[in-house]
Design a protein around this ligand. Structure first.
Ligand code: PLP
Length: 413
């Protein structure tokens, strides 16, 4: 019997309460009762300062406050403002511009890009490929439009990128369907913090180059939501030129987001940027993605498109924004390192980590472990294969203390 009254299930399993929000609510009420020093709320996926306040780049906020009504009240064109479509490529690529034909379409955050790629580069019923450790909304986004997610093993026994599993899955899926969308969230992957190395990238390009010989349509999505919080912004973009080594039937699409990079989470702005071998493929990208935008959210919000354009018009302002972001990125990187070092000291295994908002700890019963930690006022997110700790939302001091508490809870279970 269906669990729905008037709504249709349509193959989806829709929980009554979003699990992360449920845990966050319990964390908030614990803080209300006991004060923030006695509670660790490492569930939140936004960057908070050491006092638990949302980090907002002041330099960006200033641009926001100086806007005129037509900068935010008017519609933007479906694919985004013309200037935005230029500057977003500078923001995403820096000086590591891949060769080939590029086009950018404005989307509501990285989420909108993911939705549009899946809807245009896979067929209904297709399986979309990503790593076993992944951001859970990929399943929701795919499921909403009649696709499912399949996974390869992200890491091998040596804790390295598992190119063999990636290759096996790519080929298996391509043997059973005419198109394949692959999502790689890197650098500073959610939920593990892993960043593909340049060697990992060479393997990805090699696997896809060979798989493309089957003549099918492949779309490689680089979900770059955390690219500006991984470390040196230029260094972490060095993989980008490799995208142009892919053959004609593999389109690369960078899903870039202003949510984290410009602390504009709620302004819902991002872009999907293609790297294509031919002008025809890039034109098609623009045409089909604009069409899909029209049929889902219509035009994206204008406000952050204007903000980004203003920032890039003024080199001094751009410098200021970058310097301010660097300050917070250094804070975040120090937290990640503190967690990693403390984990090593107490012998707590973590999933291969490089940088970013999250660290993951593998375990057999994530729900039981997180419930047990909740008793000690430690709030984390249980996933399928482990627990996720948001180092973005807790102080360095708490990052240093947490591994011992997790290890103790695991040992006692
Ligand atoms: N991809 C990953 C892995 C994320 O964690 C997020 C946000 O949390 C996004 C994409 C997209 O975020 P937004 O739609 O706010 O750009």
């Amino acid at each position: 019997m269906s669990n729905y009254i008037l709504a249709r299930e349509n193959g989806r399993n829709i929980p009554r309460e979003d699990r992360i929000f449920g845990i966050s609510n319990r964390a908030r009420s614990a803080i209300a009762k006991k004060g923030k020093d006695g509670v660790i709320n490492a569930t939140i996926g936004t960057l908070l300062d050491d006092d638990g306040k949302l980090v907002v780049l002041e330099s960006v906020d200033k641009v926001f406050r100086e806007l005129a009504p037509e900068d935010y009240a008017a519609y933007a064109p479906i694919g985004g403002l013309a200037d935005f479509r230029e500057v977003i490529q500078k923001a995403a690529f820096g000086d590591q511009v891949p060769g080939g034909f590029t086009e950018a379409i404005a989307t509501p955050g990285g989420t909108g890009s993911l939705r549009n790629v899946i809807s245009n580069y896979s067929a209904v019923g297709d399986r979309v490929l990503t790593s076993d450790w992944h951001w859970a909304p990929y399943n929701t986004i795919a499921g909403e439009i009649g696709r499912t997610v399949d996974t390869f093993r992200f890491f091998d026994e040596e804790r390295r990128f598992n190119a063999a599993s990636f290759s096996e899955k790519v080929n298996e899926l391509l043997d059973g369907q005419e198109s394949l969308v692959i999502i790689l969230n890197t650098p500073a992957h959610n939920p593990t913090g892993y960043s593909l190395t340049l060697e990992d990238w060479d393997k990805v390009i090699d696997v896809l180059g060979r798989a493309a010989e089957k003549g099918k349509a492949i779309a490689l999505v680089v979900d770059a939501a955390y690219i500006d919080f991984a470390g040196d912004e230029r260094e972490y973009r060095r993989f980008l030129p490799k995208l142009s080594e892919l053959p004609e039937n593999v389109i690369s699409i960078v899903a870039y987001s202003l949510s984290k990079t410009y602390t504009l989470y709620g302004a819902r702005c991002g872009a999907m940027i293609c790297v294509a071998r031919t002008a025809e493929i890039a034109d098609e990208f623009k045409r089909v993605c604009e069409y899909s935008s029209r049929g889902s959210w219509s035009n994206s919000a204008k406000v952050a498109q204007v903000i980004l354009t203003r920032i890039y018009e003024d080199p001094k302002l751009l410098e200021k924004v970058s310097a301010e972001r660097k300050k917070y990125r250094d804070m975040l990187l120090a937290r990640g390192r503190a967690f990693e070092e403390a984990a090593e000291e107490v012998g707590l295994e973590i999933v291969p980590f490089d940088a970013g908002f999250f660290v993951s700890v593998p375990c057999d019963d994530p729900d039981a472990l997180s419930q047990r930690l909740e008793k000690e006022d430690i709030f984390l997110v249980p996933l399928k294969m482990g627990i996720r700790i948001s180092v973005a939302s807790i102080s360095e001091e708490k990052c240093r203390a947490l591994p011992a508490a997790i290890k103790k809870a695991m040992d006692e279970m």
